[in-house]
Design a protein around this ligand. Structure first.
Ligand SMILES: Cc1cc2nc3c(=O)[nH]c(=O)nc-3n(C[C@H](O)[C@H](O)[C@H](O)COP(=O)(O)OP(=O)(O)OC[C@H]3O[C@@H](n4cnc5c(N)ncnc54)[C@H](O)[C@@H]3O)c2cc1C
Length: 456
């Protein structure tokens, strides 16, 4: 291990290799529950593509595992350190290399923060559409590696839909370019699509060309408050049946509204027990919002059209709805998705299982995509008294995932499998499909040094 640190220092210089205990601890975990804690041997901070290549070559030569890391906001343990690994931080590769208003594309280094790219694009009347609620802190490289979703994905699609080309450092330190600068391009296999969502297991993403979209001049926000969560979920289907496309369609249950009120001093709970927050954008935004308002009123909601400051506030509150706490063994935020037609059934199933297992539940959902984030938790003090609480939490997690799969859903809509969700992957994917993925991994990374034990 000492020799790999020496090799890293030789590769990028001592100033970019950190072995201080505080740094190792800070970079050992992301925001997911910890299953198997390990400190990395070193954290390395390359500042150029050749330096990333040199780091990968040094680790390959020493057969040491590499865990790539963006901002560490992941919630599946994809960036958790593994035994004896080196954490490769991409945060110093943070330049916007090109932004072409006429091509409507941008090329960035992986450490660029999502919000920073959006600020730069906005000066040209453009936006980078995929906007995870973590957009102020997460990196484009991390977004690509997890194929992140977000609020605007209801209309504009997820990260993969915006990525045109990638520069990737492979496990032997070589550099490849995939994809194209054009919106269209179908030459050969879609390797760009394969790298997107591969969670750092196939290569290190060091350059990203994305397609930008027009920043809407007009945005209308509709807040629909319902007396219960099931009716709010039914509102999502009603909007779909009206064949109107919202840019944002987010669902927040009573537990989430109460927590937001407590933390931010808002008055959401006083307005209803559940909130369906909808935004339309573009030149037809007013007409679309009027139609949605009507549909939601007919479905039993108290509907308000929000002025821009209040609308902004509601969307910001939604972005904060994970709360400040980081998941651990007492509290776990889930990320399943179900076909939209099953939203109401799934919400009902969640409420029933939380009641049966005496576990707290709050739910937010990127409802337009059928993507739900139920958070289950047990009281910390309770675990001392009632040793069964943690077991009940585990059971409810298993049941919530099994129920989503039984409805035709998936174990992860946008957060990725990482380390934490591996236990459920076999329920979703048949053995031949998993075996094929392991063969793809072996082709790209025969020695298995890139983010081992994650994603597949
Ligand atoms: C408050 C909060 C809200 C969130 N909201 C959303 C949301 O709305 N939608 C959503 O999808 N997610 C959301 N997330 C999860 C998280 O922000 C995303 O998964 C995000 O894409 C992670 O980016 P990051 O830069 O933090 O990556 P990290 O957490 O550092 O890494 C994530 C994964 O990508 C790999 N990786 C990182 N950079 C590279 C690279 N350059 N090359 C190869 N592999 C790499 C890592 O090894 C790891 O497997 C949220 C998280 C928080 C804490």
């Amino acid at each position: 291990m000492e020799s790999v640190v020496e090799e890293l220092v030789a590769a990028v210089g001592a100033a970019k290799v950190d072995t201080a205990e505080g740094t190792l601890r800070r970079y050992a975990v992301d925001q997911a529950p910890i299953i198997d804690f390990h400190l990395p041997v070193a954290v390395v901070f390359p500042a150029s593509v050749p330096e990333v290549q040199a780091v990968v070559r040094a680790c390959a030569a020493a057969n040491v595992a590499l865990v790539p890391r963006g901002a560490g906001t992941g919630v599946s343990g994809g960036a958790h350190a593994t035994r004896g690994c080196v954490v490769l931080s991409l945060e110093r590769l943070d330049r916007i290399l090109d932004l072409s208003p006429d091509d409507e594309t941008a090329t960035v280094e992986p450490g660029v923060i999502n919000a920073v790219l959006n600020e730069a694009a906005a000066t040209h009347g453009l936006m980078y559409a995929p906007d995870p609620a973590s957009y102020r802190s997460s990196t484009i490289g991390g977004n690509v590696a997890t194929n992140a979703g977000g609020l605007r994905c209801a209309k504009y699609g997820v990260t993969r839909d915006s990525v045109l080309a990638l520069d990737v450092v492979l496990a032997d330190g070589s550099l490849i370019h995939t994809g194209h600068q054009t919106f269209k391009g179908v030459a050969g296999y879609d390797l760009t699509g394969l790298f997107v969502g591969s969670e750092g297991t196939l290569g290190i993403v060091v350059g990203i060309t994305v397609r930008l979209k027009y920043l809407p001049q007009e945005v209308h926000t509709v807040a629909a408050f319902y007396p219960d969560f099931k009716r709010a979920a039914a509102g999502v289907l009603a909007v779909g049946r009206a064949r109107v496309q919202p840019a944002i369609m987010e669902l927040l249950d009573g537990g989430t509204l109460a927590q937001l009120d407590e933390i931010h001093g808002s008055d959401l709970s006083a307005r209803g027990s559940s909130l369906l927050l909808v935004q339309t954008d573009g030149f037809g935004a007013a007409a679309e919002a009027a139609r949605i308002r009507q549909v939601l009123q007919d479905s039993g909601a108290v509907v308000t059209t929000e002025e821009s400051a209040e609308a902004q506030r509601l969307v910001e509150l939604r972005r904060h709805s994970r709360g400040a706490e980081v998941d651990d063994q007492y509290q776990v935020g889930e990320d399943v998705a179900v076909p939209r037609s099953r939203l109401v059934d799934y919400v009902a199933a969640l409420e029933a299982m939380a009641g049966e297992h005496r576990v707290h539940l709050k739910v937010v959902a990127h409802a337009g995509d059928g993507n739900l984030h139920p958070t289950f938790w047990v009281d910390r003090e309770e675990t001392g008294v009632d040793a069964g609480a943690l077991a009940r939490l585990e059971r409810v997690l298993d049941e919530s995932v099994t129920a989503a799969l039984a409805m035709g859903g998936t174990i992860t809509g946008e957060h990725g499998v990482g380390q934490y969700k591996l236990r459920w992957l076999g329920q979703e994917q048949a053995e031949p499909v998993r075996e094929l993925q392991h063969r793809i991994k072996a082709l790209f990374d025969p020695a298995g040094i890139l983010n081992p034990g994650k994603a597949i």
